[in-house]
Ligand binder design. Structure first.
Ligand code: MLT
Length: 253
């Protein structure tokens, strides 16, 4: 059977991954704005690892057990404050520019975000889970070109319960790179949709963000607007990041 290249656009689709046999699949998760971009940035600043968890309570409980963990995450785009977490102010939010060597070098981070960490958790049955963003796009494409997995599932984290334009663009850019480099499997229609959208928008990704709901929202918050341009820099951080069977995201190359 030919291997497939598939894109999932919405949380409704990634929520169903638990019902699929993913043992022969590689899942590649995009949360361009901003969870997977943040993970790539944090690892480039020598963070030891990142533990993505679904809820604020889980993050706080883990931090309580291991106080050396850096507590990070967002709700509504902003750092989690004491009144949202039962009294604990998170040390970092979800802006890649906050994850400096000084704050995360040599440390393990526990993070909870609205969509990205949920998307990652839905992939736990896969043979491998990769962290993708524009920042490390060609490294991920190069790695996948050599992968012999039965299927490649590109998971867009979305915004709330909706598809996100920026994740669709990231997925389209990755699939276009794979197809241009001779991907010989079956390219299904969702993948063709993502590639067509990327090909239409690639000359002005920042302009496209003004029409994307999450992009426009971040661009409208003065202290977060620079995150958008930051996260669109293709190949600025050429590293490979994977989530292991223990649920920890680490640098692999
Ligand atoms: C998420 O996980 O939903 C995002 O990364 C949200 C954000 O950073 O604004």
């Amino acid at each position: 059977m030919k291997r497939t290249l598939e894109v999932l656009f919405t949380p409704a689709e990634f929520n169903m991954l638990g019902t699929r046999d993913l043992s022969g699949s590689v899942c590649v998760v995009f949360d361009v704005l901003r969870a997977t971009s943040v993970m790539v940035k944090a690892l480039s600043e020598n963070a030891e690892g990142i533990i993505p968890v679904g809820t604020i309570q889980e993050a706080v409980a883990l931090h309580h057990k291991k106080p050396g963990l850096v507590l990070a995450g967002e709700r509504h785009g902003l750092r989690i404050m004491a009144d949202q977490s039962g009294g604990v102010s998170f040390q970092l939010g979800n802006s890649p520019r906050e994850f400096t060597r000084e704050k995360v070098g040599g440390k393990t981070i526990v993070t909870t975000t609205t969509n990205g960490t949920r998307a990652l958790q839905s992939c736990r049955g896969a043979s491998e889970v990769l962290i993708a963003s524009f920042l490390n796009l060609d490294v991920v494409a190069g790695y996948l070109a050599k992968e012999k997995a039965r299927s490649l599932v590109i998971v867009c984290s979305g915004t709330g319960e909706e598809a996100a334009y920026e994740d669709t663009l990231g997925a389209g850019a990755l699939c276009s790179a794979l197809v241009e480099n001779g991907f010989d499997g079956r390219v299904i229609d969702s993948t063709r949709i993502a590639m067509a959208v990327y090909q239409q928008e690639q000359i002005d990704l920042l302009g496209a963000m003004q029409r994307a709901s999450n992009g426009a929202r971040l661009l409208g918050i003065p202290e977060l607007k620079d995150d958008v341009e930051f996260c669109l820099q293709r190949n600025a951080i050429p590293l490979l990041a994977q989530m292991g069977a223990d649920g920890v995201v680490m640098r692999r190359g």
